[in-house]
Design a protein around this ligand. Structure first.
Ligand SMILES: C[S@@+](CC[C@H](N)C(=O)[O-])C[C@H]1O[C@@H](n2cnc3c(N)ncnc32)[C@H](O)[C@@H]1O
Length: 239
């Protein structure tokens, strides 16, 4: 089916968000996120540019909102440990199925997993040096997006960084993802939601202009190759 990618498909629902989704397929999806993220999410760049310089000044606190299976947090934990740097990493997700899977597959990374919303953490009073997300923004309704952005600002102390990273919607991104995942649909991706949900995710994602318009003043949107967006707020001041 051809989709009109000039308009954000905010009404399309990802299969993994269905509370009645097949648990086996959902778990394979969390498992496959690891490779997808290793290939497309730019965690190395996040680590080198935003996390490592802060961790070199002393132990830091990091929060991942919508961490899913938690693999991005574990990748960061491994890199920090390898370089002898210290951080307390919290992986937060609103879906207890994701948190349960992440806990069961952690293998001693030291990451703390929480089934909660960013609002819950805000009221607990802990402040973080880096708050980030990966592939979360397109999941959110307009009201949820504003809530998560506002909470993110409140969750970082003065001088902290918020960086929400997501897909940039484009015909090229859709066509590329469609072609690559079609090749692996009957093998590596079989029995997971990666192909279908990825295509829905691209349709639900923002363009740079849309995300800039949706974000309140003080946020900056950057485009990154191959087709990614970063919504950043540096040195955010707690409310
Ligand atoms: C596409 S997954 C991305 C998971 C992970 N960040 C990754 O890159 O592999 C989006 C995740 O966001 C979670 N989520 C959606 N809305 C949320 C919210 N308001 N607060 C926290 N997590 C949320 C979902 O449960 C889901 O696990």
């Amino acid at each position: 089916m051809r989709h009109d990618l000039s308009i954000r498909a905010s009404g399309a629902r990802e299969l993994m968000d269905d509370p009645d989704a097949d648990l086996g397929m959902l778990e394979r999806t969390y498992e496959r996120f690891r490779l997808v993220n290793a290939l497309v999410s730019g965690t190395g760049r996040l680590y080198r540019r935003d996390i490592r310089p802060r961790a070199r000044r002393g132990p830091i606190r990091i929060l991942d909102i919508g961490a899913g299976g938690g693999d991005v947090c574990r990748m960061i934990a491994v890199r920090l440990r390898r370089e002898g740097l210290r951080a307390e990493i919290t992986a937060l997700d609103a879906d207890e199925r994701a948190v349960g899977w992440a806990v069961a597959h952690d293998e001693g990374s030291g990451v703390q997993y929480r089934h909660a919303l960013s609002t819950d953490l805000l009221s607990e009073g802990t402040r973080y040096d880096v708050v980030f997300s990966n592939h979360l923004l397109h999941h959110l309704s307009d009201a949820e997006l504003q809530g998560v952005l506002s909470d993110s600002v409140g969750l970082v102390g003065e001088g902290g960084l918020v960086v929400h990273r997501d897909i940039a919607r484009s015909r090229v991104a859709y066509a590329l993802y469609d072609a690559v995942t079609w090749v692996f649909a009957r093998t590596f991706l079989r029995g997971s939601f990666i192909r279908e949900d990825g295509l829905i995710s691209i349709r639900r994602s923002y363009t740079r202009g849309e995300l800039s318009a949706a974000a309140p003043a003080g946020w900056v949107v950057r485009f990154r190759l191959p087709s990614r967006l970063e919504l950043r707020r540096d040195g955010a001041i707690a409310r």
